[in-house]
Structure formats: C-alpha cells, structure tokens
Design a binder for this molecule. Structure first.
Ligand code: FMN
Length: 164
C-alpha cells in the first residue's frame, strides 16, 4: 500500500486545518514545516507579517527550516501553504531547494483570500520536474477556518476525484 505524507506550512492555522483534514481522510502522517524564526500568528499584527513576507519575497530569501523532514518512505506527498503575495511563502522555495521530490507524487493544496493557487502548482512542476504533480486544491481562507465545513467537503470531493 502506498504511504501518504502531508507537509504543511501555516501561520494563521487554516492551511493546518486542511492538512489535518487530509491526514484524517487518507490516513497520512502530518508534518509541519517549521521555520527557524517563527512568524507572528497574531492576526491583529497582519501588517507587520505582510511587510516581512514582502521583504522575503523581494529579496528572494530562503527562510531556514528548523525540522528535518523524512520523505524517503513516502510515495504520495501532499504539500500545503497559504498564498502570500501572489505566490507561496519563500520557505516553500527552501523546501524545494533542500529536498528532492524526484519519483514522488506531489499533491499541492493552499489557502488564500482570492488569488486561488496563484500559479504555484505550475511552479512546483517547474521546480520538481521529476515528480508527478497531481491537480491541487485551493481553498478560501473562510472555508478552512476551524469549524467550517466547506473546506472539509471540498477536500473529500477532491480526494475522491484523485482516486484516494
Ligand atoms: C503576508 C501575507 C500575504 C498574503 N498574500 C495573499 C495573496 O497574495 N493572495 C491571497 O489570495 N491571499 C493572500 N493572503 C491571505 C492568506 O493566503 C490567507 O490568510 C491564508 O489562508 C492564511 O493561511 P494560514 O492560516 O495557513 O496561515 C496573504 C496573507 C498574508 C499573511
């Protein structure tokens, strides 16, 4: 039987909620991509996070990942993140720089407030040409909040369509 892993990065918790939902539905291990320098998850401080994220993006930074992630044992790897400045957070570039997903099946998902996947699924294909990248799932932030059912239902439909 193939082994499933869900990797996610999340600051406000919505991509985390979806990651955990996927984990429950496909019986996957769920692992957070943890930054060395933690981001402020207080939503009242959004402007400061927006500025920091913009700087990381404009300077093409690669924020360091704290935890060592073992991907060798897995066949299917779900990768989830929020949309930040029309692309994925720069720490996701760090992930693709540091880990080789060649021969794996990558299934992306993301939360957003209007940008959908922002072209990031295509970027993943470019960054990991030797991986099999399946159609991803963008979810509106509101639908991914704790207690919301729309995101969970969307996950169920998507996984079924993909044959999980
Ligand atoms: C720094 C920053 C930049 C963002 N940029 C975008 C964006 O370009 N497009 C968009 O649709 N949403 C954008 N958002 C909204 C996030 O995608 C949304 O809040 C996301 O669901 C948060 O995921 P999380 O709860 O897992 O941290 C941005 C949020 C932050 C904090």
């Amino acid at each position: 039987m193939s082994k499933n892993l869900v990797l996610y990065f999340s600051v406000y918790g919505t991509a985390k909620n979806i990651a955990e939902e996927i984990g429950r539905q496909v019986n996957a291990d769920v692992v957070e991509i943890e930054p060395v320098v933690a981001y402020d998850g207080n939503r009242d401080h959004y402007n400061a996070l927006a500025r920091l994220a913009k700087k990381e993006h404009d300077e093409n930074q690669r924020p360091a990942i704290k935890n060592k992630i073992s991907i060798a044992d897995y066949d299917n790897i779900f990768i989830g993140y929020p949309m930040w400045w029309y692309t994925f957070p720069m720490i996701i570039y760090t992930l693709f720089d540091e880990y080789d997903f060649g021969g794996k099946t990558i299934i992306p998902f993301n939360t957003h407030m209007g940008s959908s996947d922002g072209g990031t699924y295509k970027t993943i294909k470019e960054l990991e040409p030797n991986a099999n990248v399946l159609p991803g799932l963008p979810i509106e932030m509101n639908d991914a909040e704790t207690g919301a059912s729309a995101g969970k239902n969307a996950v169920k439909k998507w996984l079924k369509k993909l044959g999980f």
